[in-house]
Every structure is written in C-alpha cells, then in structure tokens.
Design a binder for this molecule. Structure first.
Ligand SMILES: NC(=O)c1ccc[n+]([C@@H]2O[C@H](COP(=O)([O-])OP(=O)(O)OC[C@H]3O[C@@H](n4cnc5c(N)ncnc54)[C@H](OP(=O)(O)O)[C@@H]3O)[C@@H](O)[C@H]2O)c1
Length: 281
C-alpha cells in the first residue's frame, strides 16, 4: 500500500532510543536487536491506499483507502497483511485515521476488554493528554463513565473538552494527594507505584498499568492489570467510525512531511507531546 500518513508513536520512540520502562531493557533489546532495532524502518500505525494485492486476498481491492496497525509504517510503500487493515471511511482523513489507531486501540483493549468499563463508573486517566490518555478519556466517556483526567495545566482545557468532568493539574496536585476513589484507574504517564495506584481504587476497582515496569507487569494480578494491548480490527473499525461521526477527536499536535521525521521524534522524545504526531511520506 502507499502510505499517506503514519503516526510517530511513543512505541516507535522507545524502540529507536532503546528507552524502556525499568527492567525491560534487556528483554526488549533481545527482542528488537541488541545494538539497535534489527528492523530499521519503524512505524506501527498508518493510513493510505492499496496499490497491489497478494495472492488470494479478496477482502480488499486496489485503490481502497485503508488504515491499520502494521510494522515498517514509516515508508512510502509498505507490504501489510490484509487482516491488519480496515477500510478507512471517506469522511475520515488519512491524518485522522493514522492518529487514532495507536492510542485508540490501546484504550479500547484496556477499558473495554480488560476493565469492562460500564456506564456510571468513575474512571481516572493519568496522562490524559497523550496519545493513549486522550483516547482513554474519550473511550471512557463514550462508555458512559465519569472521567477525571490528570495532566499539566497547559492541557487542562483539552482534556476537559475531550470529556473529563474533572481535571487534576499534576503540577499542583500530585497523584497521591487525589482524595477521590475510582472504579478504574488508567496509568499512562509519570511514575506510579502499584501501591499508590491501588490506593486510588474504590472497592472492587481495577488498576490498569498501561505504562508498567517489568516488576509491575510480572506482579500484576487480581485488581491490577498490565500487559501489551492487542490491536483488534473490530476496535480499529469502531474507532474510525467514531472519528467519522465526530464523536471521537484524534488529537493531532502536528502533521509534517517525512523529511522532518527527526523533528517528529524530538517532539515524541520530549514525552510532552499532545495527542499524536504524524508524518506524511
Ligand atoms: N501496554 C501497552 O500495550 C502500551 C500501548 C501503548 C502505549 N504504552 C505506553 O503508554 C505510555 C503512554 O503512551 P502515549 O503514546 O500516550 O505517550 P505520549 O503521547 O508520549 O504521552 C505524552 C503525554 O504525557 C503527559 N505526561 C508527561 N508526564 C506526565 C506525568 N508525570 N503525569 C501525567 N501526564 C504526564 C504529557 O502531558 P503533560 O506533561 O502536559 O501532563 C503528554 O501530553 C508510554 O509509556 C507507552 O510506552 C503501552
């Protein structure tokens, strides 16, 4: 397929810089390459147009606009398994499609499949302005939950607009000073011990460590959930349809030509990006 837009995600930046949560450095390097990524072309979320079909592929046609999660997305042309793609609705731009998938599928996995969030529940999203956090705020709100978002003051208005009833400015109120207790706590940014996360839970609540150290991941059980999100095609299709209907905003900080990919990584490496950064090959 020909790539029209691809996200430069926190996942790509981790791999490029070999910057992993505590304890994960060695296993990650063994997986992706000891001295640098064996797979030189990064990128995992993309949108574009089908240019050719592999043998036996009948679900798509040349010329179809598609979006999905697949490796080597930071390229002009890329070979992608058909089952990693879904059709892009005409009323969703390539930028919006590429932006919504990484954070959106992560939010859907943890909130719907793992925590099974329901209407009326209270959800705390720590890191409400990142790619995962901005999606988590919206996915929780669309499920009928009451959302509290933690972010710095500069992003408070954004997180409120995405659907948080309450916004905690992390520069004024540290997470461990939040008095309310929540049915679901989603941690996506900053340091958080499992004990501190648990103490934010209401009875029977669920702590989701989207960002977890190796120790936290190994010890996660019962109310504490961690692990790697699965990007399911059903979730991708649902997210694109929500963007098309205007119910979900794929927050985009900036979309830039491929030639500026180094600058895109600088923004992501700052760990302060707002929503998503895109390149257009
Ligand atoms: N488990 C999985 O399967 C999975 C999947 C996807 C991502 N992840 C991980 O999840 C994490 C989040 O990913 P992402 O793409 O959403 O990251 P991101 O977009 O780079 O997050 C950036 C945001 O984090 C906020 N932030 C920075 N420090 C913070 C703090 N101490 N407290 C609260 N917010 C803070 C920043 O806003 P302010 O500074 O303005 O507050 C910024 O908007 C990454 O570590 C990523 O590796 C895991």
């Amino acid at each position: 397929m020909r790539v029209a837009a691809a996200a430069v995600t926190s996942g790509d930046a981790r791999m490029r810089a070999a910057r992993f949560p505590r304890g994960m450095g060695l296993p990650a390097r063994l997986g992706i390459g000891l001295r640098g990524p064996r797979q030189r072309i990064l990128g995992i979320a993309l949108s574009g147009t089908v240019t050719a079909l592999g043998e036996g592929v009948t679900s798509l046609a040349v010329g179809d606009a598609v979006a999905g999660m697949a490796s080597r997305a930071h390229a002009e042309l890329v070979a992608v398994r058909a089952d990693r793609l879904v059709r892009k609705p005409a009323d969703v731009s390539h930028d919006a499609a590429a932006a919504v998938l990484f954070g959106g599928t992560t939010a859907m996995h943890f909130l719907h499949d793992v925590a099974k969030v329901r209407a009326g529940q209270s959800v705390l999203v720590i890191g409400g302005s990142g790619a995962v956090g901005s999606s988590a705020v919206q996915v929780a709100r669309l499920s009928g939950a009451r959302v509290t978002g933690v972010t710095s003051g500069r992003n408070a208005e954004l997180v409120r607009r995405l659907g948080a009833e309450t916004v905690v400015d992390r520069t004024r109120t540290p997470v461990d000073r939040i008095a309310e207790r929540f049915d679901v706590v989603v941690h996506t940014a900053g340091p958080l011990s499992t004990a501190a996360g648990r103490s934010l839970l209401a009875d029977g609540g669920t702590l989701i460590l989207v960002l977890a150290t190796l120790g936290q991941m190994v010890a996660a059980r019962g109310q504490v959930k961690a692990g790697v999100a699965r990007s399911r095609p059903e979730h991708m299709a649902r997210l694109l349809s929500l963007v098309g209907s205007g119910e979900l905003d794929p927050v985009i900080q900036e979309s830039m030509p491929m030639a500026e990919i180094a600058r895109a990584y600088e923004i992501v490496d700052s760990e302060r990006k707002v929503g998503n950064v895109l390149i257009r090959p």
